[in-house]
Ligand binder design. Structure first.
Ligand code: NDP
Ligand SMILES: CC(C)CCC[C@@H](C)[C@H]1CC[C@H]2C3=C(CC[C@]12C)[C@@]1(C)CCC(=O)[C@@H](C)[C@@H]1CC3
Length: 345
């Protein structure tokens, strides 16, 4: 049997560390003097001081090898929300997370920080200044959210102060920033296809968009506050920019910053939502003969036309969290980093 290496408090692993958020976490951890291993299905980059272990988080042996000597684990791996593959979400986010927890316990890991999502309480209707004690969504908006709920429950229920196995969940919302493969590229692509002309609703719905460096910072504060006697054990924390913004103003600022026209024609929310539902029913009806994946879905309409912003008071009080980068600076830095996506005249 292999001998277990004694965990050191400054040795950590980032599962999903090749991804968008994961890489920012790795960079901030290195700056704070941690030694970092990344476990991921792919190697996204090279950085001095980072060891990569490639494998699937559902594979116990591969994960066990990567966790030797590690006392702290950040788990931020997930299939992309857009992939729409129920079986994959369940395998990775639910069964895979169960494997992460068991393997961490076997390897002697003491702390696990999960990247959950604020969407675990969102059902497609308004959430204003939502606190962490809102109930989990009974009707999650998609498979991604359904499995993020199960994942978060597994991780928080595994917290056991007697055994010295401590867990906490961070719930970010609308992560954005340089190197994001989703938000800005999807938005620009939608604008290029001429589909960003309409504002759904009256354009006043507020939403949280959170700069990726603030999200990484929140994770590290949680890790450093997590001790057997601390009140944060087994709890969830919203991490946002603490500056809810009008959804359509945020989208317009990014678009205008990259020389695209902002959406300007208003459509009534209820009408658009009903149309999206009808289209969705048609897609379901045709599914046996025709596989369609429309851009225009009830879930997207809800995201674009409802309030969904969250209180991060609990993170401020328990973790001492404050956003490091303001929304204004975050948008400027993000827009500047995507000069390659700028509209060509
Ligand atoms: N982006 C956002 O706005 C929000 C994200 N979150 C959560 O934050 C976390 C990080 O998101 P983000 O950085 O955007 O996502 P990314 O897709 O950029 O990063 C996730 C990483 O995990 C990897 N991965 C996927 N499946 C496995 C697996 N089975 N085993 C090992 N590695 C795997 C991915 O590889 P590959 O790319 O090849 O799939 C990728 O490198 C996720 O848990 C997400 O649910 C929460 C709220 C908002
Ligand atoms: C998936 C990512 C983490 C975040 C993607 C963010 C945005 C790019 C999307 C969020 C809501 C989306 C949306 C549309 C485009 C892409 C988003 C802005 C539409 C405007 C596309 C055209 C339609 O049919 C509308 C109903 C969509 C409304 C929501």
């Amino acid at each position: 049997m292999a001998t277990r290496i004694r965990p050191s408090s400054k040795r950590c692993a980032v599962i999903g560390g090749s991804g968008f958020l994961g890489r920012y976490l790795v960079e901030q951890l290195l700056d704070r003097g941690y030694s970092v291993s990344v476990f991921d299905i792919r190697q996204g980059y090279e950085l001095p001081g980072v060891t990569f272990h490639l494998g699937d988080l559902c594979d116990k042996q591969a994960l066990l090898a990567a966790l030797q000597g590690v006392s702290l684990v950040f788990h931020c791996a997930s299939p992309a929300p857009s992939c729409d593959d129920r079986a994959l979400f369940h395998r990775v986010n639910v069964d895979g997370t169960r494997n992460v927890l068991q393997t961490c316990q076997e390897a002697g890991v003491q702390k696990v920080i999960l990247t959950s999502s604020a969407s675990v309480v969102y059902e497609g209707t308004d959430i204003k200044d939502g606190k962490e004690d809102l109930p989990y969504a009974k009707k999650p908006i998609d498979y991604y959210t359904e499995t993020k709920i199960q994942q978060e429950k597994l991780v928080l229920e595994a917290c056991d102060t007697q055994k010295g196995f401590l867990t906490v969940a961070i719930r970010p919302h609308g992560i954005f920033g340089p190197r994001d493969p989703q938000l800005v590229p999807i938005l620009v692509d939608t604008a290029k296809r001429g589909k960003m002309k309409f504002i759904i609703g009256d354009g006043t719905n507020l939403v949280d968009f959170t700069f990726v460096e603030n999200v990484a910072h929140g994770h590290i504060l949680a890790a450093e506050s997590l001790r057997p006697e601390s009140p944060i054990c087994g709890k969830a924390y919203h991490i946002t920019n603490d500056e809810p913004v009008r959804f359509w103003d945020f989208m317009s600022q990014i678009l205008v910053g990259l020389d695209y026209d902002p959406p300007k024609y208003r459509l009534p929310y209820r009408l658009v939502h009903v149309l999206a539902m009808l289209l969705w029913l048609l897609v379901l009806f045709l599914r046996p003969v025709l596989q369609l994946r429309p851009t225009f879905t009830p879930m997207r309409v809800a995201l674009a036309g409802t309030h969904h912003y969250y209180s991060c008071t609990r993170a401020k009080e328990d973790l001492g969290y404050r956003p490091l980068v303001s929304l204004k600076d975050a948008i400027t830095r993000t827009v500047n980093s995507y000069s390659h996506l700028r509209r060509v005249a």
